[in-house]
Ligand binder design. Structure first.
Ligand SMILES: [Zn+2]
Ligand SMILES: [Zn+2]
Ligand SMILES: [Zn+2]
Length: 279
C-alpha cells in the first residue's frame, strides 16, 4: 500500500503565512522541499489522517480526489489538523457524484467542532459521513486497518492521538504532534510493537534545533533521535523500518538540507510534501 505525506509543516506553514523571519525568507528563496504545507497523510486511497486547511491545495498539487476516502482519522482539534467546514463540500450541488460513507474518528472536541457546523447537526445525511468517538488505547477496525490510538503528549486540554495502523503485513506509527510520551504510552507502545514491529514511523520534529528536553508539546531533532533509540531498545522497529521526521516549524530554523545533515547519520529521513513510501 502506498503512503503519501501530503503536508509536512506545523500550524503556520513554512514559509509561514505572516512571517518574514530569516527561516521563512530562506525557504522562499530555496523553494523545493523547503516549502511545507499543513500536515496530512494519505494511506492507499481510502484512509486519510487529518483534514488541514491545505487539503484543497494538496488535491490540486498532487492530482488527487478525496471521493474515495472512507476513513478519516483526526489526531486532535487544532486548526492546522482539522477544518470541518470543508466537509460542507460533500453535498449536492458541490459534489455531484455519489460518495461512499465517510467515517470520521476523533476525540470529543473534534466531535464538538464537527457539529458546531449547524447543517451537520440538522442534515447530516446530505453529507454522507458519520462520526465515531475514539478512546485512548482502545483498538478498532477501519476497513482492512487495525487502528490503535495512542495518547500523544501535546495539549493538556484535549486527548491528542497518535495512531498505530496495522495490517497482517505491516505496521505504521503516525505521530504528527507529540512531545515526549507518558510512561503509559511508552508501555502500550512497547507491548503492541512486540507483536507488531513497525515498518514505518512518521514522527513530530516541529522544534528542529530547539531542544524540548523530553517535555510535552512537540519534539525537535534531539527528541526524535531519542524516540528512535528508545523504540530500537524495545525491539519495536523491524529490520529496514523507515523512520521519518515531519511537522516542521520555522521556529526550528533548519532547512531541508540541514535537517538531513543532522538526521541522516541517525538513520532518520526528512519528510517533504509529496513524499511517498511503499508498504
Ligand atoms: Zn500540528
Ligand atoms: Zn518565519
Ligand atoms: Zn497540535
Amino acid at each position: 500500500m502506498k503512503v503519501k505525506i501530503l503536508g509536512t509543516a506545523a500550524a503556520e506553514g513554512w514559509p509561514a503565512l505572516f512571517c518574514r523571519c530569516p527561516a521563512c525568507q530562506r525557504a522562499r528563496k530555496l523553494g523545493g522541499k523547503n516549502i511545507r504545507t499543513r500536515s496530512s497523510l494519505l494511506i492507499g486511497k481510502e484512509y486519510k489522517v487529518d483534514f488541514p486547511p491545505d487539503t484543497y491545495l494538496h488535491l490540486t498539487k498532487f492530482n488527487l480526489s478525496l471521493s474515495e476516502v472512507k476513513y478519516l482519522f483526526i489526531t486532535h482539534a487544532h486548526y492546522d489538523h482539522y477544518t470541518p467546514r470543508d466537509l460542507l463540500m460533500r453535498r449536492n450541488p458541490f459534489a455531484l457524484t455519489p460518495l461512499p460513507l465517510l467515517k470520521i474518528y476523533g476525540n470529543s472536541l473534534v466531535e464538538k467542532w464537527t457539529f458546531s457546523v449547524r447543517d451537520f447537526k440538522e442534515n447530516i445525511a446530505k453529507y454522507s459521513f458519520e462520526f465515531q468517538l475514539v478512546e485512548p488505547f482502545k483498538e478498532f477496525q477501519a476497513g482492512e486497518l487495525s487502528v490503535f490510538p495512542l495518547l500523544a503528549n501535546h495539549d493538556p486540554n484535549q486527548l491528542c492521538y497518535n495512531y498505530l495502523f496495522s495490517t497482517p503485513r505491516w505496521s505504521l506509527l503516525q505521530a504528527f504532534d507529540t512531545g515526549w510520551y507518558s510512561e503509559e504510552t511508552w508501555e502500550r507502545l512497547r507491548k503492541i510493537t512486540s507483536r507488531r514491529p513497525l515498518d514505518l514511523v512518521i514522527m513530530d520534529c516541529t522544534m528542529g534545533k530547539i531542544d524540548t528536553d523530553k517535555k510535552g508539546g512537540h519534539l525537535g531533532v534531539k527528541g526524535v533521535i531519542e524516540v528512535k533509540k528508545k523504540l530500537s531498545s524495545y525491539g519495536s522497529l523491524k529490520d529496514g523500518c523507515r523512520f521519518i521526521a515531519t511537522h516542521f516549524s520555522h521556529n526550528g530554523g533548519l532547512s531541508h538540507q540541514e535537517l538531513e545533515e543532522v538526521l541522516s547519520p541517525e538513520g532518520i529521513e526528512v519528510a517533504f510534501d509529496g513524499m511517498e513510501i511503499e508498504l
